[in-house]
Write a protein that binds this ligand. Structure first.
Ligand SMILES: C[C@@](CO)(OP(=O)(O)O)[C@H](O)COP(=O)(O)OP(=O)(O)OC[C@H]1O[C@@H](n2ccc(N)nc2=O)[C@H](O)[C@@H]1O
Ligand SMILES: Nc1ncnc2c1ncn2[C@@H]1O[C@H](COP(=O)(O)OP(=O)(O)O)[C@@H](O)[C@H]1O
Length: 321
């Protein structure tokens, strides 16, 4: 009898920016307790999972050359984790995975996490698993602190190491300019640098999260801009001092405020509306402070299956500095 080969599944998953990132003390397990507000952004990766005669991984797009294709890639970790969770053989049938990257690599925007979340959703579809999003989220949390959020998308308050999520109702769209750096920063190194700065002195700490939630409820980007904050910013700037210039240049170009995205080095600039974002992007791209500039909106949906022509959609507008 002929075996039916399932149709390949393509899943799109979003980047994130932390609107508020309060980092607590170092825990015994090596993580830090966080209080963070995540917003998903319209910079996305697409992951296609297909059953094939030979297993393999192709990575294309933004920063593809710096992404590992061996078993350390988060998509293979996602395959192994989900297979273990449901008691399947991760190696049969063999899988061919293609990642199309639109999210900067090691940029503080959860690109690897987005690929892991996308792989979980694709496999749940391909393997016809009867799993709810909550069950998928428990597997996601094993793969990384940011993976549950990019699986869920939208706007959410994250606690614990960032994996415990409460969705935040959002009726407003925010417009961003994203400045991509020429290199990446290692997340553990940035956390270590913050510990070092705190041992030596008193780097600035963000305030309470409640006013940020109120600003989000108002939908006024001017109000939100005053409250954006990231405890990791001082550490990212300490490791990459040029980010100070980038942050200044975005505000000089007309953004309401600029922030280092998560552990950096990507910087995110909040703008008053879509037209302002295009103007800021054009001016910032000529300032010589970053590699590339993108325009993005948030919040957007979490990891979801896309089909047909939609999968061939062009990448977001790009302006080279
Ligand atoms: C900083 C943040 C902010 O959202 O994102 P990025 O900017 O890297 O995307 C996250 O905390 C990154 O989450 P993620 O990239 O999933 O990190 P994980 O794989 O869970 O952890 C990598 C390492 O980062 C450090 N880590 C991570 C999370 C946390 N709450 N405390 C930590 O100290 C630990 O050293 C850990 O070993
Ligand atoms: N699918 C993947 N995409 C990107 N990076 C990956 C992936 N799998 C593993 N990595 C590794 O994870 C590191 C962090 O990448 P990424 O998730 O893009 O950054 P960040 O943690 O700053 O958001 C990369 O330097 C790379 O070595």
């Amino acid at each position: 009898m002929l075996a039916v080969v399932p149709t390949p599944v393509t899943v799109r998953a979003p980047a994130k920016v932390n609107l508020h990132l309060a980092v607590g003390d170092l825990r015994a397990d090596g993580y830090h307790d966080l209080t963070t507000l995540f917003q998903s952004l319209s910079l996305t990766d697409e992951v296609t999972v297909a059953v094939a005669d030979e297993a393999g991984l192709d990575v294309r797009g933004e920063g593809a050359e710096s992404v590992p294709t061996d078993s350390s890639n988060l998509v293979w970790k996602a395959v192994r984790a989900l297979a273990a969770h449901v008691g399947r053989d991760p190696d049969e049938p063999k899988l061919r995975i293609t990642i199309n990257k639109g999210i900067p690599v090691a940029g503080g925007m959860a690109g690897g996490s987005a690929d892991a979340a996308a792989t979980l959703v694709a496999l749940a579809h391909l393997w016809r698993l009867e799993m709810g999003r909550d069950e998928l989220a428990t597997v996601a949390a094993e793969l990384g602190s940011d993976v549950p959020f990019v699986l869920q998308g939208g706007l959410a308050l994250g606690t614990g190491r960032g994996e415990q999520l409460v969705p935040v109702l959002s009726r407003h769209t925010y417009h961003w300019v994203i400045a991509l750096d020429s290199g990446g920063l290692s997340t553990p190194e940035v956390y270590r640098e913050l510990d070092r700065l705190r041992a030596d002195g008193n780097p600035p700490r963000v305030g309470a999260v409640e006013p940020v939630l109120e600003a989000l409820a108002s939908g006024d980007p001017n109000q939100l801009a005053l409250l954006l904050g990231n405890d990791l910013q001082a550490a990212a700037v300490s490791l990459r001092p040029g980010l100070r210039r980038t942050l200044r240049a975005g505000v000089n170009a007309g953004a309401l405020a600029g922030i280092v995205s998560g552990s950096g080095p990507t910087c995110a600039f909040l703008c008053s509306d879509g037209d302002a974002a295009v103007r800021v992007a054009a001016e910032l791209s000529g300032a010589g402070v970053c590699r590339t500039v993108r325009v993005a909106q948030g919040p957007v949906a979490g990891a979801r299956v896309i089909t047909g022509d939609d999968a061939a959609r062009p990448t977001p507008p790009e302006v080279h500095a």
